[in-house]
Design a protein around this ligand. Structure first.
Ligand code: HEC
Ligand code: HEC
Ligand code: HEC
Length: 417
């Protein structure tokens, strides 16, 4: 073989080898990116909203009830025609960050992009890389059914001008790296404020009341700031981590929409990330909480106490002490003392099933009382629970119970159709 040919062969072998190795080298970071994207998806709980009951994963069409009507989640599988298969990375970023669709129309904030816009570009790109790997599903999604004139999507352009300002999360050098990680998760992917922050009449967060509790589909997502009576002030960092990871702690268990958040999202996050979230939440300053005298009518409390002894004390104990990790401690319970009693009314009307998680596969249940107790009786027992053993919260009225009762009946009927 002449020298010339030798060099040529060598060069060829090296370049073929180089081609394969560079392919491998590229494949590994790509897999890492996809794995990271899946983790962002878990932190963002995308699956829950983007999968309809009985539908294929991420194929959308799940009805999302809002005070303005029903919006159906989009198909975010890589299907070319009905999903996001034809989207570019840039188009995906614009939708996650600005709520802007490829057709230049805006998304409704039922898609919590107002929080996801805090995500870093690289996390959004990773999320996109992950979504490209899920099974493409051809599934046309229904149009939103909203009250006039909100069906007119162009109005959302105005909405974004009014309510959208802050962009990606800015690192706060005053705090530790884990605090920043927690803030990033709570404000961004975790979109905790979507439920835990009160909304204005146009459905945007009331900024001065961040994480101070909010109504969500006949539930009330409680205060997450440091108040000791009705916030997380009485919870240690470890108790927050245990709750987010296993759905329970010695005080309470999660149920309703929070159960879904825990099953699909927080229970799947790393312990470091849960600690970061708890560290951040523990630094949210408390609000003024001086007014603690809400009920002075002892006769009303007397009726409530009788119902409590007969119906509830078997599990929650006469003094509201409950049973650790089984029946909620009602004494000193922040959830019980929220400004609005929606969650409690719903719990007593339809019952509660504590979230089952890998750590505790059997969730204890509380029976429904809707057939047993009338509106006035439920109002009385809850007023008693909210104002006994050191608890203090506004009384519950029979008309509040009546309106939750009819809203729930209505919701059940419309789901069955
Ligand atoms: C609380 C429910 C909810 C969650 C959680 C949620 N979405 Fe959505 N998403 C929606 C709804 C509803 C729409 C449709 C909004 C509209 O029609 O304006 C939507 C639309 C979208 C769109 C636009 C698709 C299109 O065709 O225009 C994308 C992309 C998207 N979501 C991605 C995600 C990702 C990624 C996550 C997780 C990080 C996520 N969503 C989490 C409810 C949700
Ligand atoms: C879909 C709405 C929704 C989202 C999103 C949500 N929560 Fe909740 N959360 C609720 C509701 C409703 C409750 C009350 C029911 C219960 O205690 O399980 C609750 C309860 C809680 C509690 C118990 C507080 C107490 O005093 O008992 C904690 C802690 C909590 N959420 C933290 C979070 C964090 C952190 C996030 C974001 C990672 C989050 N939640 C996201 C709806 C939500
Ligand atoms: C068979 C046992 C049982 C009975 C009877 C019962 N509960 Fe419960 N209760 C539970 C369980 C289980 C939970 C959910 C698990 C948890 O939060 O620890 C719960 C949760 C609650 C909560 C929510 C607490 C929180 O931390 O969010 C309230 C409020 C409540 N019950 C009030 C009542 C009232 C009022 C009655 C009587 C009308 C009653 N319960 C009867 C077992 C029971």
């Amino acid at each position: 073989m002449n020298d010339h040919l030798k060099y040529l062969m060598c060069g060829l072998i090296i370049s073929v080898f180089g081609f394969f190795t560079s392919g491998i080298a590229q494949a590994y970071p790509r897999n890492e990116e996809i794995a990271r994207g899946r983790y962002v998806m878990l932190a963002g709980d995308c699956l829950a909203c983007h999968t309809n009951d009985g539908g294929k994963e991420f194929s959308g069409n799940r009805p999302i009830e809002t005070p303005f009507g029903t919006i159906y989640s989009s198909n975010i599988t890589p299907d070319i025609e009905t999903g996001i298969g034809a989207w570019s990375e840039e188009q995906f970023y614009r939708s996650m960050h600005d709520g802007k669709r490829p057709d230049h129309q805006y998304l409704y904030p039922a898609m919590p992009y107002t929080y996801y816009r805090q995500l870093s570009r690289s996390d959004v790109n990773a999320l996109f890389a992950y979504l490209k790997t899920v099974e493409p599903v051809h599934n046309e999604v229904k149009s939103p059914q909203l009250i006039w004139p909100l069906g007119w999507r162009r109005l959302m352009t105005l909405w974004t001008k009014m309510f959208l300002n802050k962009g990606e999360y800015q690192y706060d050098a005053q705090h530790s790296a884990s605090w920043n990680r927690g803030a990033y998760l709570v404000k961004g992917a975790g979109h905790c404020g979507a439920c835990h922050t009160e909304k204005n009449f146009l459905g945007a967060d009331k900024r001065t009341q961040r994480l101070q509790g909010g109504e969500f589909q006949n539930w009330f997502a409680p205060m997450l700031i440091e108040n000791s009576r009705n916030g997380l002030g009485g919870w240690t960092q470890d108790e927050i981590v245990e709750f987010l990871s296993t759905g329970r702690n010695s005080k309470t268990a999660a149920y309703g929409p929070m159960a879904e958040v825990i099953t699909d999202s927080t229970s799947q996050l790393s312990v470091d990330d849960l600690n970061a979230i708890a560290e951040y939440l523990k630094t949210l300053p408390m609000t003024n909480d001086n007014d603690r005298k809400f009920v002075s009518n002892n006769a009303a409390l007397q009726t409530g106490q009788e119902i409590f002894s007969a119906q509830c004390a078997g599990c929650h104990q006469e003094n509201g002490e409950g049973v650790s990790h089984a029946f909620a401690l009602l004494q000193d319970n922040a959830n019980v003392q929220q400004s609005k009693p929606d969650t409690l009314i719903q719990a007593v009307l339809v019952g509660v099933r504590a979230v089952p998680t890998a750590a505790q596969p059997v969730g204890f249940a509380m029976p429904a009382f809707d057939w047993k107790l009338n509106d006035a009786q439920i109002a009385a027992v809850l007023t008693y629970v909210r104002n006994s053993w050191g608890n203090a919260a506004p009384p519950v009225t029979a008309s509040q119970v009546r309106s939750t009762r009819s809203a729930l009946v209505y919701a059940r009927q419309s789901y069955n159709h």
